[in-house]
Ligand binder design. Structure first.
Ligand code: LUZ
Ligand code: MOS
Length: 768
């Protein structure tokens, strides 16, 4: 082992994999990383504050801005009347105005932008605006929306086999309802943008967005300008989690609108209260299911209807609804499946992308159905889970045939590596000897499809410059949001060129350098941009080998560039990387390359709801143990033990960080984060005092992640599988572990499927 490592040290690629730290860690810990609010603003920069609706639904009868406009330091207030292009920011469906015109549909909907010399003045001015409205009835729940026929679009349905017929042949049939609540992204950096006027009416926007092109395109549309006049630049985000895929856009457009009119720089950064109130969240789902099993616990029929609380406008809801259907059977094979999703239009802020993108909501329902069936039949849910795991060549409801399936492998590995039998015995023994504390255990297998479900979005580009001193600059469409994608990109270039990572720089994400980008989302950023980068670097490498072959007067086949030197086969020549680059310059060889990558194979036919939408799936199995305090209803997660399918991780530290972070975020969604709107559609959980996210004390005491050995998938970058979203769904197991602990204390407890399972609910259930 030791020998092996020493040997690896000579090889840059292995050294990178073993030791590469996140390249942002140095500036992060020193507070030197630059976010939108840290950008050095130009002299004369003005500041914006958004004036929004403080009721959830109504008609605007009149607005009097005069007192606000007269406040000293206020430059101008912009409304829909100031929009030179279209007052429309809806991406999937054009149903969302930038500024409300005559009516408004959610609490927090933007009506105007106040621009002043300081944010403080703009905030004061906001209080001076007088608005007269006529209130209209408010819908906050899916059930109510469904009753009133209030939908975003037409329903979608994926079907496999003959569900009706299959139910007739089942030995057991169970039905039930589930609810999973929304989730606040709580990115550390709130939404924001900074717009600057350039020459000839062009505008540069520094935006905290996952989708620079979405910002560029939408700004151009609203301002009635060509896209080439709008430049969007992103250094990094202080977290996105999906919340900045679509919803970073309005603030950038507003700042640009003000810059357009005032010809001055304008900064608009939401404070936390405004951000919480005005932005959408993970979609709450209300679902009903019917599950049918045979005597030997095989699930043979599953019928589920998902009601998605989309909020007041489409945003990404239709795409998110679609992913719910894709993941409705999680990592199980069910022969006969009927899944339907209804995107319900309500008077909540438009709900949006959130890590998992509808997938977790779908998986919660099947896990609930299994738990219910197990409890009614009187067997362990683990048994039902195990019997129904997806196998090689099984068909998903959407027609894709499952290949390179790791469901059984990760499940079996988790059971044996962590000695499940013994863990179960420990829980039993603990519960037999403790009255005031009870333990519960649950398993959570996952299967998550990798690719944008909207096939045309699966492409990316990379632009690589080798500068004449041998240093390298890289631009791609990837947005760094803490997930470590820049580190992975840097590794790719350093590995292909076999140069020191210090020679490589990852540039900001900028629409003038890399255009027409898909957002950094769907866990696919490293795959798509990494593959494009790999192509560009390899093209450059080929060219450099030509140069070396000429210089060293040997066939190109003999040339190897390694550790910053040129080798003729195994013999090191005198030609170094830096000299090779100088020679290439003198020979007038292009040291810049631009490459495009589009995921092959994938396709999907929406008229049939069948196809092969995913490049591959990510698998894994988690074992979660919890201890509840039966006097207080509080709990800790003692242990989370995971066998995860990384493929062949190219960056072990970063991938582990993603698994841990996602797991904790998933546990938060399932057990403590409780979004609350009142009946009038007002957000009650509007601060960190009323919205509890996992802190360091609620992180599981012990998280162990073991990579499952696989050969890795060619569609993944360097066989290193996507890791951003899949592990969030391990958190679903936390819900079921809690229920098992409650049941150990209170045998009369009837299972409930209403997430999150907060300490308050645990307490009520303990004494039900
Ligand atoms: N965003 C998107 C996503 O636009 N399409 C997707 O399929 C997706 N999946 C996961 C997360 N974000
Ligand atoms: Mo997404 S939920 O922005 O990957």
């Amino acid at each position: 082992m030791r020998k092996n490592l020493a040997h690896m040290k000579n090889d840059i690629s292995n050294a990178l994999k073993q030791s590469m730290k996140n390249i942002d860690s140095y500036t992060h810990v020193r507070g030197e990383s630059i976010y939108v609010d840290d950008v050095n603003v130009r002299e004369g920069t003005l500041f914006g504050v958004v004036f929004d609706a403080l009721k959830a639904h109504g008609k605007i009868k009149s607005i009097d801005y005069s007192n606000a406009e007269q406040l000293e330091g206020v430059h101008r207030i912009f409304t829909y009347k100031d929009i030179p292009g279209e007052n429309q920011i809806g991406g999937v469906i054009p149903d969302e105005p930038l500024f409300a015109e005559h009516d408004f549909h959610f609490w927090g909907q933007p009506i105007a932008l106040i621009v002043a010399e300081s944010e403080f003045i703009a905030r004061q001015a906001r209080r001076l605006i007088k608005i007269e409205i006529e209130e209209l009835p408010v819908i906050t729940t899916c059930k109510e929306a469904k009753k009133q026929g209030s939908f975003i679009n037409t329903h979608r349905s994926f079907n496999l086999g003959d569900t009706e017929k299959a139910f007739q042949e089942c030995d057991y049939i169970f039905e039930g309802e589930t609810f999973s609540n929304g989730q606040e992204h709580l990115y550390i950096e709130t939404q924001g943008a900074y717009a600057e006027p350039l020459e000839n009416g062009s505008i540069k926007i520094t935006s905290s967005t996952q989708g620079p092109t979405i910002v560029q395109k939408t700004t151009a549309k609203v301002l009635g300008m060509a896209m080439h006049k709008i430049e969007v630049d992103v250094t990094r985000l202080g977290g996105g989690f999906g919340g900045k895929e679509d919803q970073a856009t309005p603030w950038a457009v507003m700042a640009a609108l003000a810059t357009f009119h005032l010809k001055q720089s304008v900064k608009l950064v939401l404070n936390r209260h405004d951000d919480l109130r005005m932005t959408g969240k993970r979609h709450p789902y209300e679902s009903t299911y019917k599950i049918g099993l045979t005597k030997d616990l095989k699930i043979v029929a599953y019928d589920v209807e998902f009601l998605q609380n989309s909020g007041a406008a489409a945003d990404l809801s239709p795409a998110i609804a679609e992913r719910t259907l894709f993941h409705a059977t999680n990592s199980y094979y069910i022969k006969n499946v009927k899944t339907t999703v209804l995107s319900c239009k309500t008077n909540l802020p438009p709900n949006t992308a959130f890590r998992g993108f509808g997938g977790p909501q779908g998986m919660f329902v099947i896990e609930s159905a299994i738990a219910k069936a197990a409890s009614e039949i009187g067997v362990s849910p683990i048994k039902i889970q195990e019997i129904n795991l997806l196998q090689e060549n099984d068909e998903f409801s959407y027609g894709q045939i499952a290949t390179e399936v790791e469901a059984q492998n990760t499940w079996d590995s988790a059971k044996s590596i962590f000695d499940l039998e013994n863990l179960e015995k420990e829980v039993e023994a603990f519960n037999a000897t403790h009255q005031d504390f009870k333990k519960g255990l649950a398993l959570m297998p996952i299967a998550f499809g990798i690719s944008f479900t909207n096939t045309p979005m699966n492409h990316a580009r990379a632009l690589v410059h080798i500068y004449q001193d041998g240093s390298v600059g890289i631009s791609t469409a990837a947005v760094e949001m803490g997930q470590g994608v820049n580190t992975k990109l840097l590794q790719i270039a350093a590995q292909v060129f076999s140069i020191d990572s210090a020679k490589v720089k990852i540039e900001t994400t900028n629409t003038t350098r890399v255009a027409n980008t898909s957002p950094s989302a769907a866990s696919s950023t490293a795959d798509l941009n990494g593959k494009a980068l790999l192509k560009a670097c390899n093209a450059l490498l080929e060219r450099l080998k030509d140069v070396a072959s000429e210089e060293l007067k040997t066939s190109k086949d003999n040339i190897i560039i390694k550790n910053e030197s040129v080798f003729i086969n195994t013999i090191k020549s005198d030609l170094t990387w830096t000299e090779l680059i100088s020679k290439a310059m003198l020979k007038r060889i292009a040291l810049t390359e631009n490459a495009h990558y589009a995921t092959p194979i994938i396709h999907f036919d929406k008229t049939k709801e069948k196809g092969h939408p995913f490049a591959y799936h990510v698998y894994g199995t988690a074992i979660i143990t919890t201890t509840i305090d039966c006097t207080r209803g509080t709990y800790v997660f003692d242990d989370v033990k995971i066998v995860h399918d990384y493929g062949k991780s190219m960056s072990e530290g970063i991938d582990l960080g993603q698994v841990e972070g996602a797991l904790v975020q998933g546990i938060g969604w399932m057990t403590m984060e409780e979004i609350a709107y009142n009946e009038e559609g007002k957000l009650l959980s509007n601060a960190l005092s009323t919205y509890k996210i996992p802190d360091i004390f609620s992180v599981p005491s012990n998280i162990e992640v073991i990579p499952v050995e696989t050969k890795g998938n060619e569609m993944a970058i360097l066989k290193s599988k996507a890791v951003g979203e899949p592990p969030l769904m391990y958190g679903i197991g936390a819900y079921f572990a809690l229920q098992n602990a409650i049941k150990a204390f209170n045998p009369k407890y009837k299972l409930k499927f209403h997430a999150p399972m907060t300490p308050e609910k645990v307490l009520m259930n303990l004494y039900e």
